[in-house]
Design a protein around this ligand. Structure first.
Ligand SMILES: Cc1cc2nc3c(=O)[nH]c(=O)nc-3n(C[C@H](O)[C@H](O)[C@H](O)COP(=O)(O)O)c2cc1C
Length: 359
């Protein structure tokens, strides 16, 4: 059994490994007639691209996307859209140790236990190179939901959180951390540098908000929009926690404190409610309410570190391993464009599903 596809009506499949010649995605179910070219997808890949600061991996990849199918005269034809991204900067020799022993915290042991054979170069299929393919697919998804604006940022690194009072969306593109709080970004320079120089790594929290989602997307119970989003975000490498709206904090709240009270909208009858809070993250009963859809995603610290760690070899002998090669000291930073892409992919799918059932 192999599961490399995601989505129902707007469905994509990714393929490729870290050190293969290329990787990519096939997007199926995209509506026909949408204006598209590579330039509309590339900016999202540029945001995810490695090697842009000392706070991310130094692997240099241009990550230029090519559209191979499903587009004619600048518009989608409704047939599968194939997206190709070449790998150009592989260094397989860095991974000779990983071929023999398992990195604690990484996928090496689990892949061997399952498949009995693995492409160890750069982590093979478990490498976050794969996320470039999702980001490209997400670029197509955004064309399906022009009414939605998606914005993600890093809200904490190594337990050091931003101050929401300092939130400034314009800051997100101004520092190497996708950080909306200039003071936190300044602190994180020292924090991430310290971890990097010590051969260690740090975890991070990424928050994502989608505005413009109309009421009605999603479905009750087994296909709750919450569940679709959690599935999508949990499918990102290194993600270990997902919260919708207030998430776990809701468990410490009261019914009245956690309610999202409603008043008639200012602009008259039948215009839907004006909500006075958004603890639910824009979703109730599994269906969007018209409020911003909010998701919080926890990324674990990078497991490939320069600190020697006890592990075993493929033959089961005790050894110690430190990971050479080029790695992200905090994977959550480059997780930001990936979280945005998964949000777009879920919402494009949900828009088509809603239209399919409700017209
Ligand atoms: C954008 C991004 C970059 C990553 N870079 C690295 C890296 O440089 N080194 C590493 O060991 N893991 C990295 N990871 C995490 C691994 O891909 C991930 O931990 C591994 O596939 C095991 O899966 P799991 O952590 O989901 O269990 C990265 C993850 C993301 C989202």
């Amino acid at each position: 059994m192999s599961i490399n596809s995601f989505g129902h009506l707007f469905r994509f499949t990714t393929w490729g490994e870290s050190h293969g010649p290329a990787l990519g995605a096939v997007v199926d179910g995209c509506p026909p007639g949408l204006a598209i070219d590579e330039g509309m997808i590339q900016p999202y890949l540029d945001a995810r691209r490695p090697g842009q600061s000392r706070f991310t991996t130094q692997r240099q990849e241009p990550d230029q996307v090519r559209i191979l199918s499903g587009v004619f005269e600048g518009r989608t034809t409704g047939t599968p859209i194939s997206l190709l991204i070449e790998n150009t900067d592989q260094r397989s020799k860095d991974y000779s140790e990983v071929a023999k022993a398992y990195r604690p915290g990484h996928a090496d042991y689990a892949y061997d236990a399952k498949y009995g054979f693995r492409d160890y170069r750069g982590g093979g299929r478990s490498s976050a190179r794969e996320t470039a393919a999702r980001v490209a697919a997400g670029g197509v998804a955004r064309l399906v939901i022009p009414e939605v604006t998606i914005l993600a940022w890093v809200s904490a690194i190594g337990g050091d959180a931003i101050d929401m009072a300092n939130f400034d969306a314009a800051q997100i593109g101004q520092n190497p951390f996708f950080c909306p709080d200039a003071q936190a970004a300044a602190r994180w320079e020292g924090l991430v540098d310290q971890a990097r120089k010590a051969g260690s790594s740090l975890g991070a929290v990424v928050e994502c908000v989608a505005t413009g989602v109309p009421a009605g997307w999603g479905a009750p119970l087994y296909a709750k929009l919450d569940a679709e989003l959690a599935h999508a975000m949990m499918g990102i490498n290194a993600v270990k926690g997902v919260e919708i709206g207030d998430g776990f904090a809701a468990a410490a709240n009261t019914g009245e404190g956690n309610a999202d009270p409603m008043r008639p909208a200012d602009d008259g009858r039948n215009a839907g409610p004006q909500f006075l809070a958004n603890h639910a993250g824009g979703i109730a009963g599994g269906i969007s309410t018209g409020q911003p859809v909010t998701v919080r995603v926890a990324f674990k610290p990078t497991s490939s570190i320069l600190t020697p760690m006890p592990t075993i070899t493929r033959e089961g002998e005790a050894t110690e391993l430190f990971t050479k090669g080029r790695h992200d000291p905090c994977v959550g930073i480059r997780g930001v464009p990936v979280v945005e892409a998964m949000m777009a992919l879920v919402l494009a799918d949900q828009k088509l599903l809603h239209r399919g059932q409700c017209g």
